[in-house]
Design a protein around this ligand. Structure first.
Ligand SMILES: [Zn+2]
Length: 437
């Protein structure tokens, strides 16, 4: 559409900002229809100005073309409101296309769209200039109505409403807690849990988080009947912790999936940074009502994690149970032996994992016990020790062995696969999407 280029770049930014906070902007390709979409925010638009609440991008894209507004298409969705007409609805969807409106008004076989049902969803794909390319209406049931422009004219058809995968991007800033930020950004809890797990060897989410930390996450999401059905896998995440950015990128090598740094190093380390299960409840705990006597590591030879009684305690690494039971000031305690003369200690527990016994093998991340206040403890917390040759060490000061990096012969494939995710993280960095609610 070369003729639209000037119009597009001149008008689109205004049109976008005008529609402040009103809709979900879907910038996407729907693989189902084989459509291609370039990233849809026109150049010269300050990203801060763009009222994007939710950005959905197709990962099929070979590249994000920030400099080509002519080929941009925009996906948007609107919920039908009581009293909506086709004209008001299309106007809210920023469809500026009399021909499309006339076609839909006149088409006989479009009964469904003449009886707009409040609460149902309409998705449209338009050019940057607001010309309709595709409209999808999900009136309910298993059908969707599709209006499509092909070879210059509109056609209407009914198709089964299938599950589709959309790529979602969300970004947030931490002001009070990670979960508050996650809720503000509209990130599902299952995605939040994945973020914490992916970066568990880099960031101690119980102790390291600071106000102003930021995250950006790219994940896939299943849609059925035009509505989000469930969130799927995290494809890429960036977490800026105390000014340091950490990135995790999903990749499969030889059938094994994992998360890697942008240069292909595995994020799976031999030891987790925190052995405490991260949850909505435990995350804000130490900053809230309970203040345990926190001693410095030097005096204490361990790390205390304040957490509610019952919070899960994870094995920090693969290992073998060396001791499980009660022992002096530790109260109920578990000792794990790991490879390479490492061991870990988990004290003051209220409970052990069912059937846990000496000699049992555990995997990293297994819940081996529950936080409590047994032994010499002033309140519920986990006392965690990390030892090398049975001498307590500060785990932060020990370089941990990691899983294998992406093999050299797969590096080209890795860069290719992660390119678009990286571009998306770059793009969202520094934007304030999560401030918009
Ligand atoms: Zn302690």
């Amino acid at each position: 559409m070369p003729g639209n280029k000037d119009k597009a770049s001149a008008q689109r930014p205004q049109a976008l900002t005008k529609k402040r906070l009103r809709w979900l902007i879907l910038l996407s390709s729907f693989p189902l229809f084989g459509m291609m979409a370039a990233f849809g925010i026109a150049p010269n638009t300050s990203l801060e100005e763009v009222p994007v609440q939710q950005v959905v991008l197709g990962l099929e894209l070979p590249e994000i073309q920030l400099d080509s507004s002519a080929d941009m298409t925009f996906w948007r969705q609107e919920r039908i409101q009581r009293g909506d007409t086709l004209a008001t609805l299309l106007s809210r969807l920023d469809v500026d296309n009399q021909e499309a409106l006339t076609f839909m008004r006149d088409a006989r076989d479009m009964k469904a769209i003449h009886q707009l049902v409040a609460g149902k969803t309409i998705h449209v794909q338009t050019t940057a200039a607001g010309e309709l390319l595709l409209l999808r209406y999900f009136p309910g049931g298993s059908e969707q109505m599709v209006v499509e422009k092909t070879n210059g004219s509109f056609k209407v058809s009914e198709k089964p409403a299938q599950l589709e995968t959309h790529i979602q991007m969300k970004s947030g800033v931490i002001n009070t807690s990670l979960f508050a930020a996650i809720d503000n950004a509209g990130v599902p809890e299952s995605v939040a849990t994945q973020i914490v797990d992916i970066l568990a060897s880099e960031i101690d989410f119980h102790r390291d988080l600071r106000k102003g930390d930021r995250f950006t996450v790219v994940y896939d999401s299943l849609y059925g009947n035009g509505e989000p059905a469930r969130a799927g896998r995290v494809l890429a995440v960036e977490f800026v912790n105390q000014g340091t950015p950490y990135r995790g990128l999903y990749f499969e090598v030889n059938g094994e999936s994992g998360y890697y740094t942008p240069d292909g190093k595995s994020l799976k380390k031999a030891f987790l940074r925190s052995p405490l299960e991260f949850s909505r409840i435990s995350s804000g705990f130490s900053a809230g009502r309970f203040h345990p006597v926190l001693k410095t590591w030097r005096a204490h030879k361990g790390i205390d994690y304040a957490a509610p009684t019952g919070t899960g305690v994870k094995a920090a690494a693969d290992g073998t149970v060396a001791f499980v039971g009660s022992q002096g000031g530790y109260g109920n305690v578990i000792f794990l032996d790991h490879q390479g003369s490492y061991s870990t200690v988990y004290g003051h527990l209220s409970a052990f994992a069912k059937g846990l016994r000496k000699g049992q093998r555990v995997r990293q991340g297994d819940i081996i016990g529950r936080v409590g206040a047994t032994g010499m403890a002033t309140g519920p917390h986990l006392h965690y020790e990390f030892r090398f040759k049975n001498v307590q060490r500060d785990p932060l000061k020990v370089a941990m062995p990691t899983a294998d990096p992406v093999p050299p012969k797969h590096m080209a494939g890795f860069y290719e696969y992660t390119k678009s995710s990286m571009a998306r993280l770059d793009m969202l960095r520094g934007t304030s999407l999560a401030f918009l609610d």
